[in-house]
Design a binder for this molecule. Structure first.
Ligand code: CMC
Length: 425
């Protein structure tokens, strides 16, 4: 709370006094929660000016291109940390000591296998089902398996649920891929690090040894890290809203996965790579940029623009560097799609339409190229985003449930019919 107050003056009425709160960083917020008692609601479709909760997990300054997790800049985490350490940081609030970290890795290891009966669940899906549709189903189905730690009022139960989710989600993600190509599921290997284990479950088969490349595992880990959390985006807000009814946390995460799937959100990485493939050649870039600017054409440049960033997405900067490194290490830095992406970025960044609207490349602009270089099929891109974002979702859910909270219940501006009588027969 600050000493500052806001006053809302409505013609012919006494001004309504509204308290103002300050956070550690960022814009102050005006508390309008009592406005309803005065006969008014606020109207903010898309939540462009609404803080729906208080949170101490992640901070974004969209104008400066800053992203902090528990205060640590994403660039520093990407350089010095790893995904599991970031998971610990997001959930518990501090970086782990060396001892805490090894304990955490061991704990995650104890939960990596999915319940054997879950594999039967997969068989109900068509082989050509999109892996995201499978993920929505099987992650929600976890609710039916883990009754032993399901009292959401007990912090230890919430911690076990978070550990289970972080540990099992790569196993389920890899299973959704294996199912789609008709190969047997591969069990996790706890002697491998988190990213290597995921790649192993994706690409190993019972008949051939699969050695995970450390370069690719590092790139995979960095992609996980860069997607781990992003404060109150659409999917995280969905998880919070679902959780506010005290719903089962696995079901809440499934709701987050469903929201992430859309091309305006997590589905953009898949859509972006498809767009680069469709562009096909550097010489076609100008034509696609012109289409993106044409009001009569629904086409948008995928991987460009962000609700919050009106500057470079700091994750995109790290992603571009990682992309450079991976392609160089693999000896494919002449990869045509990378050349198209580079050209597209250059043209868009110089074009007045993109400059005026502050449309910069976002995290998904380069991630698809890296994932493709690693050998991940396009349909798995958003699944990987969901895998990584699971820790962000469950950390936000845990933060909300740890404090007093009320069910989320937005209001509306009703523009339908006034009351009318059912026609007489
Ligand atoms: N290409 C062309 N024009 C665009 C683009 C784009 N990618 N993004 C926004 N615009 C234009 C839009 O047409 C609008 O123009 P006008 O003011 O003349 O009507 C203006 O810029 C503002 O766009 P908006 O849709 O009102 O902005 P928003 O904050 O509601 O949407 C967005 C943000 C990310 C959904 C949007 O920029 C977009 O659709 N981008 C492409 C999809 C994408 O890359 N999504 C991934 C986001 S990052 C990953 C994640 O966090 O999920």
């Amino acid at each position: 709370m600050t000493d500052k107050k806001a006053y809302l003056t409505i013609e012919g009425q006494e001004p309504i006094e509204l308290p103002i709160y300050s956070g550690t960083l960022g814009a102050d917020v005006i508390d309008i929660s009592n406005l309803g008692a005065n006969g008014y609601f606020t109207f903010d479709p898309g939540f462009t000016s609404t803080a729906a909760c208080e949170s101490a997990i992640t901070y974004i300054d969209g104008d400066k291109g800053v992203l902090l997790h528990r205060g640590y800049p994403i660039e520093q985490l990407a350089e010095n940390s790893d995904f599991l350490e970031v998971c610990y940081l997001l959930f518990y609030g501090e970086l782990p000591t060396a001892e805490q970290k090894s304990e955490f890795i061991e704990t995650i290891g104890t939960h990596t296998m999915a319940h054997e009966q879950l594999s039967f669940f997969f068989r109900g899906f068509r082989r050509d089902a999109h892996p995201m549709s499978i993920m929505c189903g099987v992650v929600g189905a976890l609710s039916a398996f883990y009754h032993d730690a399901m009292d959401i009022t007990i912090p230890r139960h919430r911690e076990i649920t978070a550990n289970r989710l972080v540990a099992k989600i790569p196993t389920l993600a890899a299973m959704s891929y294996k199912y789609s190509i008709g190969q047997p599921f591969v069990y996790p290997r706890n002697d491998l690090d988190y990213a290597s284990n995921f790649l192993y479950m994706m690409f190993a088969t019972p008949c051939e040894d699969y050695v995970v490349s450390p370069i690719l595992a590092k790139a995979m880990d960095r992609i996980f890290m860069l997607h781990a959390d992003h404060e109150q985006n659409a999917s995280t807000s969905t998880v919070r809203l679902a959780g506010s009814s005290q719903a089962n946390p696995f079901a809440c995460i499934a709701a987050g996965i469903a929201t992430l799937w859309g091309p305006a959100h997590g589905g953009a990485n898949e859509a972006c790579l498809e767009m680069l493939i469709e562009i096909g050649d550097e010489s076609n870039v100008d034509e696609y940029v012109a289409r993106a600017k044409d009001k009569n054409d629904p086409f948008r440049l995928m991987g460009f623009g962000h609700r919050v960033y009106k500057n470079y997405d700091p994750r995109a900067t790290v992603m571009q560097k990682t992309c450079d490194e991976v392609l160089k290490e693999l000896g494919i830095d002449d990869e045509p799609l990378f050349r198209i992406a580079r050209k597209l970025e250059k043209v868009a960044l110089e074009d007045p339409y993109f400059v005026e609207k502050k449309l910069y490349p976002n995290v998904d602009f380069y991630s698809g190229i890296i994932l493709r270089a690693i050998g991940i099929p396009t349909t798995m891109f958003t699944v990987i985003f969901a895998l990584a974002r699971t820790i962000g979702w469950i950390s936000h859910w845990n933060e909300m449930v740890s404090e007093p909270y009320r069910i989320g219940r937005p209001r509306q501006l009703y523009t339908g019919h006034e009351k009318r009588d059912y026609p007489k027969k």
